[in-house]
Design a protein around this ligand. Structure first.
Ligand SMILES: NC(=O)c1ccc[n+]([C@@H]2O[C@H](COP(=O)([O-])OP(=O)(O)OC[C@H]3O[C@@H](n4cnc5c(N)ncnc54)[C@H](OP(=O)(O)O)[C@@H]3O)[C@@H](O)[C@H]2O)c1
Length: 282
Protein backbone atom coordinates (compact mmCIF):
# COMPACT_ATOMS: atom_id res chain seq x y z
CA UNK A 1 0.00 0.00 0.00
CA UNK A 2 1.31 3.41 -0.98
CA UNK A 3 2.20 5.49 2.09
CA UNK A 4 3.51 8.97 2.83
CA UNK A 5 5.39 10.14 5.90
CA UNK A 6 3.81 12.34 8.51
CA UNK A 7 6.09 15.00 10.01
CA UNK A 8 7.30 12.61 12.73
CA UNK A 9 8.24 9.92 10.20
CA UNK A 10 5.19 7.70 10.78
CA UNK A 11 3.99 6.21 7.50
CA UNK A 12 0.33 6.72 6.69
CA UNK A 13 -1.33 4.89 3.78
CA UNK A 14 -2.51 7.52 1.27
CA UNK A 15 -5.89 5.82 0.87
CA UNK A 16 -8.11 4.61 3.69
CA UNK A 17 -11.64 3.48 4.36
CA UNK A 18 -14.07 5.99 5.91
CA UNK A 19 -16.58 4.55 8.39
CA UNK A 20 -18.96 7.40 9.21
CA UNK A 21 -22.52 6.01 9.29
CA UNK A 22 -21.21 2.44 9.03
CA UNK A 23 -23.34 0.76 11.66
CA UNK A 24 -21.83 -0.90 14.73
CA UNK A 25 -22.26 -4.68 14.47
CA UNK A 26 -22.34 -6.66 11.26
CA UNK A 27 -22.20 -3.70 8.92
CA UNK A 28 -18.96 -2.25 10.31
CA UNK A 29 -17.45 -5.70 10.86
CA UNK A 30 -18.18 -6.96 7.34
CA UNK A 31 -17.20 -3.68 5.65
CA UNK A 32 -13.84 -3.39 7.40
CA UNK A 33 -13.06 -7.07 6.86
CA UNK A 34 -13.91 -6.75 3.17
CA UNK A 35 -11.75 -3.65 2.80
CA UNK A 36 -8.79 -5.33 4.49
CA UNK A 37 -9.17 -8.33 2.18
CA UNK A 38 -9.06 -5.98 -0.81
CA UNK A 39 -5.83 -4.38 0.39
CA UNK A 40 -6.89 -1.37 2.46
CA UNK A 41 -4.54 -0.84 5.40
CA UNK A 42 -5.95 2.39 6.81
CA UNK A 43 -9.28 2.65 8.62
CA UNK A 44 -10.80 5.95 9.72
CA UNK A 45 -13.19 5.76 12.65
CA UNK A 46 -14.27 8.04 15.52
CA UNK A 47 -15.89 7.79 18.93
CA UNK A 48 -18.88 9.55 17.42
CA UNK A 49 -19.39 6.82 14.80
CA UNK A 50 -20.10 4.31 17.56
CA UNK A 51 -18.43 1.50 15.62
CA UNK A 52 -14.97 1.24 17.19
CA UNK A 53 -15.70 -2.18 18.72
CA UNK A 54 -16.69 -3.75 15.40
CA UNK A 55 -13.84 -2.03 13.57
CA UNK A 56 -11.43 -3.45 16.14
CA UNK A 57 -12.93 -6.93 15.94
CA UNK A 58 -12.68 -6.99 12.14
CA UNK A 59 -9.04 -5.91 12.34
CA UNK A 60 -8.32 -8.66 14.84
CA UNK A 61 -10.14 -11.31 12.79
CA UNK A 62 -8.47 -10.24 9.53
CA UNK A 63 -5.37 -12.20 10.49
CA UNK A 64 -3.22 -9.18 9.61
CA UNK A 65 -0.59 -7.91 12.01
CA UNK A 66 -1.65 -4.91 14.04
CA UNK A 67 1.44 -2.98 12.92
CA UNK A 68 0.43 -3.40 9.28
CA UNK A 69 -2.81 -1.49 9.79
CA UNK A 70 -3.19 2.24 10.32
CA UNK A 71 -6.09 3.15 12.62
CA UNK A 72 -7.36 6.69 13.10
CA UNK A 73 -9.87 7.62 15.77
CA UNK A 74 -11.17 10.97 16.96
CA UNK A 75 -12.00 12.59 20.29
CA UNK A 76 -15.73 13.39 20.35
CA UNK A 77 -16.57 17.07 20.08
CA UNK A 78 -18.62 16.96 23.29
CA UNK A 79 -15.61 15.64 25.23
CA UNK A 80 -13.00 18.34 24.72
CA UNK A 81 -10.56 19.03 27.58
CA UNK A 82 -7.10 18.07 28.84
CA UNK A 83 -8.00 15.04 30.93
CA UNK A 84 -10.87 14.09 28.60
CA UNK A 85 -8.45 13.75 25.66
CA UNK A 86 -6.46 11.16 27.63
CA UNK A 87 -9.38 9.34 29.28
CA UNK A 88 -11.41 9.15 26.08
CA UNK A 89 -8.53 7.69 24.12
CA UNK A 90 -8.21 4.95 26.72
CA UNK A 91 -11.90 4.18 26.24
CA UNK A 92 -11.42 4.06 22.45
CA UNK A 93 -8.42 1.75 22.80
CA UNK A 94 -10.46 -0.59 24.95
CA UNK A 95 -13.21 -0.71 22.33
CA UNK A 96 -10.77 -1.09 19.44
CA UNK A 97 -8.96 -3.89 21.32
CA UNK A 98 -5.53 -2.37 20.80
CA UNK A 99 -3.02 -0.52 22.96
CA UNK A 100 -2.34 2.30 20.52
CA UNK A 101 -3.90 4.11 17.59
CA UNK A 102 -1.86 5.36 14.69
CA UNK A 103 -3.54 8.75 14.56
CA UNK A 104 -5.70 10.47 17.17
CA UNK A 105 -7.58 13.61 16.13
CA UNK A 106 -9.62 16.29 17.90
CA UNK A 107 -12.84 15.77 15.93
CA UNK A 108 -14.09 19.37 15.92
CA UNK A 109 -12.71 22.61 17.32
CA UNK A 110 -14.54 24.47 20.08
CA UNK A 111 -15.26 28.17 19.52
CA UNK A 112 -13.09 28.59 22.64
CA UNK A 113 -9.39 28.77 21.72
CA UNK A 114 -8.57 28.12 25.36
CA UNK A 115 -10.50 24.84 25.40
CA UNK A 116 -8.82 23.75 22.16
CA UNK A 117 -5.44 24.59 23.68
CA UNK A 118 -6.14 22.57 26.84
CA UNK A 119 -7.35 19.67 24.72
CA UNK A 120 -4.22 19.82 22.62
CA UNK A 121 -2.08 19.52 25.75
CA UNK A 122 -3.97 16.31 26.54
CA UNK A 123 -3.36 15.07 23.01
CA UNK A 124 0.37 15.68 23.51
CA UNK A 125 0.28 13.51 26.64
CA UNK A 126 -1.35 10.73 24.58
CA UNK A 127 1.52 11.01 22.11
CA UNK A 128 4.20 11.07 24.80
CA UNK A 129 2.65 8.02 26.46
CA UNK A 130 2.69 6.27 23.07
CA UNK A 131 -1.06 5.75 23.11
CA UNK A 132 -1.08 7.42 19.69
CA UNK A 133 1.74 7.21 17.13
CA UNK A 134 0.63 10.55 15.70
CA UNK A 135 -1.77 13.28 16.80
CA UNK A 136 -3.72 15.89 14.91
CA UNK A 137 -6.97 17.74 14.48
CA UNK A 138 -10.05 17.72 12.30
CA UNK A 139 -12.23 20.54 11.02
CA UNK A 140 -9.63 23.07 12.09
CA UNK A 141 -9.52 26.23 10.02
CA UNK A 142 -6.40 28.39 9.89
CA UNK A 143 -7.49 30.50 12.86
CA UNK A 144 -8.10 27.40 15.02
CA UNK A 145 -4.68 26.06 14.10
CA UNK A 146 -2.97 29.40 14.79
CA UNK A 147 -4.43 29.36 18.30
CA UNK A 148 -3.18 25.92 19.26
CA UNK A 149 0.23 26.54 17.69
CA UNK A 150 0.70 29.29 20.27
CA UNK A 151 0.94 26.68 23.04
CA UNK A 152 1.84 23.48 21.16
CA UNK A 153 5.04 21.63 22.08
CA UNK A 154 4.17 19.25 19.26
CA UNK A 155 2.81 20.60 15.99
CA UNK A 156 -0.26 18.63 14.87
CA UNK A 157 0.67 16.05 12.28
CA UNK A 158 -2.59 16.14 10.32
CA UNK A 159 -5.80 18.09 9.75
CA UNK A 160 -8.82 16.20 8.41
CA UNK A 161 -11.34 18.51 6.73
CA UNK A 162 -14.21 18.54 4.27
CA UNK A 163 -12.50 18.59 0.87
CA UNK A 164 -13.92 17.73 -2.55
CA UNK A 165 -14.37 19.29 -6.00
CA UNK A 166 -16.81 21.88 -4.60
CA UNK A 167 -14.40 22.89 -1.79
CA UNK A 168 -10.80 22.48 -2.87
CA UNK A 169 -9.24 23.91 0.33
CA UNK A 170 -6.18 25.18 -1.52
CA UNK A 171 -5.50 28.10 0.89
CA UNK A 172 -5.63 25.70 3.85
CA UNK A 173 -3.39 23.22 2.04
CA UNK A 174 -0.79 25.93 1.34
CA UNK A 175 -0.87 26.98 4.99
CA UNK A 176 -0.54 23.39 6.27
CA UNK A 177 2.25 22.58 3.79
CA UNK A 178 4.41 25.32 5.30
CA UNK A 179 3.98 23.72 8.73
CA UNK A 180 4.51 20.14 7.50
CA UNK A 181 0.95 19.18 8.49
CA UNK A 182 -0.70 16.48 6.38
CA UNK A 183 -4.12 17.18 4.88
CA UNK A 184 -6.81 14.48 4.92
CA UNK A 185 -10.02 14.89 2.88
CA UNK A 186 -13.43 13.85 4.11
CA UNK A 187 -16.70 13.79 2.19
CA UNK A 188 -14.95 13.44 -1.20
CA UNK A 189 -18.20 12.56 -3.02
CA UNK A 190 -20.12 15.55 -1.61
CA UNK A 191 -22.93 13.36 -0.26
CA UNK A 192 -23.53 12.19 -3.84
CA UNK A 193 -23.54 15.64 -5.52
CA UNK A 194 -20.60 14.80 -7.78
CA UNK A 195 -22.71 12.06 -9.38
CA UNK A 196 -25.61 14.38 -10.22
CA UNK A 197 -25.59 14.60 -14.01
CA UNK A 198 -27.32 17.98 -13.88
CA UNK A 199 -24.99 19.35 -11.22
CA UNK A 200 -21.99 21.65 -11.76
CA UNK A 201 -19.34 18.94 -11.27
CA UNK A 202 -20.37 15.89 -13.26
CA UNK A 203 -19.60 16.97 -16.81
CA UNK A 204 -15.95 17.85 -16.15
CA UNK A 205 -15.41 14.83 -13.91
CA UNK A 206 -17.02 12.49 -16.40
CA UNK A 207 -14.89 13.81 -19.28
CA UNK A 208 -11.75 13.14 -17.26
CA UNK A 209 -13.09 9.73 -16.22
CA UNK A 210 -13.71 8.77 -19.87
CA UNK A 211 -10.21 9.91 -20.82
CA UNK A 212 -8.65 7.65 -18.17
CA UNK A 213 -11.17 4.79 -18.48
CA UNK A 214 -12.05 5.34 -14.85
CA UNK A 215 -15.20 6.17 -12.89
CA UNK A 216 -16.18 9.61 -11.61
CA UNK A 217 -15.58 8.44 -8.02
CA UNK A 218 -12.10 7.23 -8.95
CA UNK A 219 -11.27 10.53 -10.63
CA UNK A 220 -12.14 12.44 -7.47
CA UNK A 221 -10.03 10.16 -5.28
CA UNK A 222 -7.15 10.29 -7.79
CA UNK A 223 -7.41 14.11 -7.88
CA UNK A 224 -6.89 14.26 -4.12
CA UNK A 225 -4.02 11.79 -4.22
CA UNK A 226 -2.34 13.74 -7.02
CA UNK A 227 -2.54 16.84 -4.78
CA UNK A 228 -0.80 14.90 -1.96
CA UNK A 229 -3.98 14.75 0.05
CA UNK A 230 -4.83 11.60 2.03
CA UNK A 231 -8.21 10.20 0.92
CA UNK A 232 -10.68 8.15 3.01
CA UNK A 233 -13.79 7.46 0.88
CA UNK A 234 -16.56 5.56 2.64
CA UNK A 235 -18.61 2.74 1.19
CA UNK A 236 -20.37 -0.30 2.60
CA UNK A 237 -20.84 -1.77 -0.89
CA UNK A 238 -18.14 -4.33 -1.78
CA UNK A 239 -18.08 -3.32 -5.48
CA UNK A 240 -17.57 0.35 -4.55
CA UNK A 241 -15.03 -0.43 -1.83
CA UNK A 242 -12.98 -2.10 -4.57
CA UNK A 243 -13.67 0.64 -7.12
CA UNK A 244 -12.47 3.27 -4.67
CA UNK A 245 -9.36 1.24 -3.84
CA UNK A 246 -8.54 0.95 -7.53
CA UNK A 247 -8.32 4.75 -7.71
CA UNK A 248 -4.69 4.11 -6.80
CA UNK A 249 -4.22 2.96 -10.41
CA UNK A 250 -5.69 6.15 -11.91
CA UNK A 251 -3.05 8.77 -12.67
CA UNK A 252 -4.35 12.22 -13.54
CA UNK A 253 -2.44 14.78 -15.64
CA UNK A 254 -1.73 18.25 -14.31
CA UNK A 255 -4.41 19.72 -16.60
CA UNK A 256 -6.99 17.31 -15.12
CA UNK A 257 -6.06 18.44 -11.63
CA UNK A 258 -6.37 22.06 -12.69
CA UNK A 259 -9.75 21.46 -14.34
CA UNK A 260 -11.07 19.90 -11.12
CA UNK A 261 -9.53 22.66 -8.99
CA UNK A 262 -11.48 25.10 -11.16
CA UNK A 263 -14.77 23.49 -10.08
CA UNK A 264 -14.25 24.93 -6.59
CA UNK A 265 -17.10 27.14 -5.43
CA UNK A 266 -16.49 27.16 -1.69
CA UNK A 267 -19.43 24.78 -1.27
CA UNK A 268 -19.83 22.84 1.97
CA UNK A 269 -22.08 19.79 2.32
CA UNK A 270 -21.15 19.38 5.99
CA UNK A 271 -21.39 21.87 8.87
CA UNK A 272 -19.08 24.86 8.81
CA UNK A 273 -16.58 24.29 11.68
CA UNK A 274 -17.32 27.79 12.98
CA UNK A 275 -21.02 26.94 13.37
CA UNK A 276 -21.13 23.53 15.03
CA UNK A 277 -23.58 23.79 17.91
CA UNK A 278 -22.86 20.21 19.05
CA UNK A 279 -19.32 21.10 20.07
CA UNK A 280 -18.44 21.83 23.70
CA UNK A 281 -18.42 25.62 23.81
CA UNK A 282 -16.01 26.37 26.66
N1 LIG B 1 -13.74 14.50 10.52
C1 LIG B 1 -15.00 14.70 10.23
O1 LIG B 1 -15.69 15.57 10.80
C2 LIG B 1 -15.66 13.83 9.20
C3 LIG B 1 -16.91 14.17 8.69
C4 LIG B 1 -17.46 13.34 7.71
C5 LIG B 1 -16.75 12.24 7.28
N2 LIG B 1 -15.53 11.92 7.81
C6 LIG B 1 -14.76 10.72 7.39
O2 LIG B 1 -14.61 10.75 5.97
C7 LIG B 1 -15.17 9.55 5.43
C8 LIG B 1 -15.71 9.80 4.04
O3 LIG B 1 -16.67 10.81 4.02
P1 LIG B 1 -18.26 10.53 3.91
O4 LIG B 1 -18.60 9.29 4.62
O5 LIG B 1 -18.92 11.77 4.28
O6 LIG B 1 -18.62 10.42 2.46
P2 LIG B 1 -18.04 10.02 1.02
O7 LIG B 1 -16.91 9.10 1.14
O8 LIG B 1 -17.89 11.31 0.31
O9 LIG B 1 -19.29 9.30 0.38
C9 LIG B 1 -19.91 8.18 0.89
C10 LIG B 1 -21.19 7.99 0.08
O10 LIG B 1 -20.87 7.76 -1.30
C11 LIG B 1 -21.29 6.46 -1.69
N3 LIG B 1 -20.20 5.89 -2.50
C12 LIG B 1 -19.01 5.42 -2.06
N4 LIG B 1 -18.25 5.01 -3.08
C13 LIG B 1 -18.96 5.21 -4.20
C14 LIG B 1 -18.71 4.97 -5.56
N5 LIG B 1 -17.55 4.45 -5.97
N6 LIG B 1 -19.68 5.27 -6.47
C15 LIG B 1 -20.85 5.82 -6.06
N7 LIG B 1 -21.15 6.08 -4.78
C16 LIG B 1 -20.21 5.78 -3.85
C17 LIG B 1 -21.53 5.69 -0.41
O11 LIG B 1 -22.55 4.73 -0.57
P3 LIG B 1 -22.50 3.25 0.05
O12 LIG B 1 -21.80 3.30 1.36
O13 LIG B 1 -23.96 2.93 0.18
O14 LIG B 1 -21.81 2.38 -0.95
C18 LIG B 1 -21.97 6.79 0.54
O15 LIG B 1 -23.33 7.10 0.33
C19 LIG B 1 -16.22 9.18 6.49
O16 LIG B 1 -16.71 7.89 6.36
C20 LIG B 1 -15.46 9.43 7.75
O17 LIG B 1 -14.54 8.37 8.01
C21 LIG B 1 -14.98 12.72 8.75
Amino acid sequence: MLTRKLSNGVLMPVLGLGTFKVGEGNEAYDTVLEALKLGYRHIDTAQLYGNEASVGKAIKDSGLKREDIFITTKLASSKLGYQEAIDELNISLEKLGTNYVDLYLIHWPSPSDELNQQTWKGMEVCYEQKLARAIGVSNFKIHHMDAILKIAKITPMADQVELHPGLYQLPLQNYLNKLGIALISYGPFMKGEIFDQNGPYYQTLNQIATKHQASVAQVVVAWGLERNIFMIPKSVTPKRIKENFDSLNVKLDSEDVLAINNLNRGKRVYTDPDNNSFVKQA
